[in-house]
Design a protein around this ligand. Structure first.
Ligand code: SP5
Ligand code: ZN
Length: 351
């Protein structure tokens, strides 16, 4: 199995985030990607290759131009306006009815973010662009005939929406790759089937993939399924409920499967099986996995109880779909186990 990796992720290394009233050292660290890389090399999973450069077009097919422009210039504008050199973290976020416009860099920071957990530093745009290229390179390899590819993306992407960052995410790598695959030609296996979709995107990160949901909410060519902590008890709180099913032609092309606190391997795999049954019914040509490992027992941001072996079981069930699959790295903050857990998932595809 090919792994795609870019050292440019190091360019994104903020020191702290603002979470639940505390200024905390970042959970989402460069060491995460390095630990995963070393585990993959040690396990002999297969070649690790650099990404190709795809330019802005496939990013602009998912993200608004004004947002992309903002990300490219946010840090320099923030610092010039007197913002902390540690990074862009908004203090004023527009909510209901606050629709006025200010060009001030502090206003922009709030307009283009939905939380205070995605600090922008000088190298964030470079790293996020490279992370999108990592996912796109994986998608292109699937188009060239590979059956499974791992995109070691960092920063992660699934919280980033059409025009906002949040939750450590800036460009939605999985959505950019899924859109690329959806537009790559191949129709669903039975395009006259009303329930078919060209791409299925399955998000197994602990947190709801709110950005991915927003990007595809009105589309019927990408079936989005997210398994995540019930938003009644955890971030991102305002999205991820089971009654969010898509709208317009996208109705029933979005499926949220909230999970109760404390779920173990058995409970989780039963929910995964529901997701995979729905995906199978859509007969997708391509499968994209937003692979987070913050479902692991002991993850500092989660309350699920998955074991390392669960990721191997998850991988085996996904592999049984026999659909070309792009695995895109998202979260996972129990760093001591992160490399092992990623290898556990990937090895299920190698047998
Ligand atoms: C990609 C990804 O996994 N992003 C996650 C962003 C989560 N940010 C908010 C986390 C809230 C954590 N609350 C529980 C803290 C327990 N000490
Ligand atoms: Zn997560």
């Amino acid at each position: 199995m090919h792994t795609i990796y870019s050292p440019l992720h190091h360019q994104h290394a903020p020191t702290h985030e603002f979470l639940e009233g505390r200024l905390l050292p970042c959970y989402e660290l460069p060491s995460r990607a390095e630990l995963i890389l070393h585990a993959i090399n040690d396990a002999g999973i297969g070649p690790v290759i650099p990404p190709r450069t795809f330019g802005l077009d496939p990013i602009l097919a998912v993200h608004r131009p004004a947002y992309v422009h903002y990300l490219a210039h946010a840090y320099e504008r923030w610092v010039a306006a007197g913002g902390a050199p540690e990074g862009v973290i908004p203090s004023t976020l527009p909510i209901r009815g606050m629709s006025g416009f200010s060009p001030h860099p502090f206003a922009e920071a709030g307009y283009y973010s939905f939380d205070t957990c995605a600090p922008i530093v000088a190298g964030t745009y470079t790293a996020a662009s490279a992370s999108a290229d990592v996912a796109l390179t994986g998608a292109a390899l699937l188009c060239a005939g590979e059956t499974v590819v791992y995109a070691l993306c960092r920063p992660p992407g699934h919280h980033a929406g059409p025009d906002y960052c949040g939750g450590y995410c800036f460009f939605n790598n999985a959505a950019i790759a899924a859109n690329y695959l959806a537009r790559s030609g191949g129709n669903a296996a039975t395009s006259n089937d009303p329930q078919s979709a060209t791409v299925a995107l399955l998000d197994i990160d602990y947190h709801h993939g709110n950005g991915t949901q927003a990007i595809f909410y009105e589309r019927n060519d990408v079936f989005v399924v997210s398994i995540h902590a019930d938003p009644q008890r955890d971030y991102p709180f305002f999205t991820g409920f089971a009654n969010e099913r898509g709208s317009g032609r996208g109705l029933d092309y979005n499926l949220n499967l909230p999970v109760a606190a404390g779920a173990n391997d058995t409970a989780y795999l039963a929910i995964l099986d529901q997701a995979l049954t729905q995906i199978r019914a859509h007969q997708p040509r391509w499968l994209v996995i937003s692979a987070g490992f913050d479902t692991f027992d002991g993850d500092p941001l989660g309350d699920l109880r998955l074991s390392t072996a669960a990721y191997c079981a998850i991988g085996a069930r996904i592999a049984a779909l026999e659909t070309p699959t792009l695995i895109v790295q998202e979260g996972g903050y129990a760093v001591a186990a992160l490399g092992t857990n990623v290898v556990s998932l990937l090895q299920a595809f190698s047998t």
